[in-house]
Design a protein around this ligand. Structure first.
Ligand code: SAM
Length: 351
């Protein structure tokens, strides 16, 4: 006889959960039936984080990219998007503004362009030395030498989504990438001492509950400090332009299960969640997310960092995202805190 939801939840707690059990939960069709899982993930989040929400300000400092990922609006094959790279001064000004607004962690994100590495290293050094902020990098795949240089410059965290752990899907959407290499990057980053973040997109064409169950087991094995997930959303100038995805529920189910499998990991309520559903981030914070990432990219560049259509916060007045963040947390019954938000898994008390 098939196990009940309660029994599967017990298996998660006991560490005996199977891929099949996770896929069964992911396949649940209604919020009503999934409610016991959401209730439990909300409880686990509260136990570890109370009602605190950590804030990480993102600066999308360059959209140059050497990769051709089929889902991504800034992939190298998209010739319609003007390419940009912020200067060191522009990055520092955005970080300083962020700090003034009470945000103590900077996420520097870009397309994958090793040509930016000198700029990244300078920016990390200056943000650490001049502003004493925590720095997360999200600039893609490199060799261990480059990752070592970034950490030597002072980077604290590295965010590299695995995107999907399903080998067939990965191959299908990444004409010039290799799942094994991307996986290796994550383990190298971890070994070097970064707080590592990874994640996937939910709702990719052809993705099954079993694919997502595989992703969940991958997260459990890697045990990252942070898992950032979001719905796949189509972009008009990519090969996946005609693949629609309108429902946040599969993303929320995945988020809840990550919270149960990795109770202390940092889980952001992402911009893509707020794009697929105007109240997506609030819902995510209610069922297990504990991080929010307002956009501090200077307004003039935001239009050119559209990873998918209708991305929110693109035409927002500069600086508005921080205030908006506090409101989103409040609406979810939580409050943003002024903290660098180091991971409970890796915090050594000396930063
Ligand atoms: N280049 C870096 C890397 O490879 O990790 C970081 C930048 S990349 C543009 C940031 C993230 O955007 C990706 O990890 C991917 O999950 C997400 N993304 C890209 N296109 C997307 C889409 N169409 N829908 C949802 N998320 C998307």
């Amino acid at each position: 006889m098939a196990k009940s939801i309660k029994e599967i939840l017990k298996d998660i707690q006991a560490g005996t959960i199977t891929r099949h059990g996770l896929a069964r939960l992911i396949a649940i069709a209604t919020r009503e039936e999934f409610k016991p899982v959401f209730d439990e993930s909300a409880r686990v989040c509260k136990r570890h984080f109370g009602n605190r929400v950590y804030v990480r300000g993102i600066i999308e400092f360059s959209n140059y990219c050497r990769k051709g990922c089929f889902y991504c609006g800034i992939n190298k094959a998209n010739k319609t998007v003007p390419r940009y790279r912020l200067s060191l001064e522009e990055i520092l000004a955005a970080a300083a503004f962020m700090k003034k607004q009470g945000v103590l962690t900077v996420v520097l994100q870009s397309g994958e362009d090793p040509g930016n590495d000198g700029l990244v290293i300078e920016a990390v050094k200056r943000i650490k030395n001049d502003l004493n902020m925590a720095v997360t990098l999200s600039v893609g795949e490199r060799d261990s030498k480059a990752y070592r240089e970034f950490i030597k410059a002072g980077a604290d965290r590295y965010l590299l989504r695995i995107e999907t752990t399903d080998p067939d899907l990965f191959k299908k959407f990444h004409p010039d990438d290799d799942l094994e290499y991307r996986t290796k990057c994550l383990y190298v980053l971890k070994k070097l001492g970064y707080e590592v973040g990874t994640g996937v997109m939910v709702g990719l064409p052809g993705q099954s509950p079993d694919s997502i169950a595989g992703d969940l087991l991958f997260f459990r094995a890697l045990n990252p400090a942070m898992v950032g997930i979001g719905p796949f959303l189509p972009h008009q100038d990519t090969p996946l332009r005609n693949c629609s995805n309108r429902d946040i529920f599969p993303t929320l189910k995945t988020l809840a299960l990550i919270r149960l499998l990795l109770p202390m990991s940092n889980l952001p309520a992402t911009t893509a969640m707020g794009t697929i559903d105007p109240l997506g981030r609030q819902q995510a914070l209610r069922i297990g997310a504990n991080v929010i990432m307002p956009n501090f990219t200077p307004s003039a560049y935001r239009e050119n960092y559209k990873l998918y259509d209708n991305k929110i916060c693109v035409s927002e007045e500069y600086g508005k995202c921080a205030a908006c963040t506090a409101g989103i947390a409040l609406a979810a019954g939580k409050r943003v805190v002024r903290s660098k938000g180091y991971s409970k898994l890796t915090f050594k008390g000396n930063r």
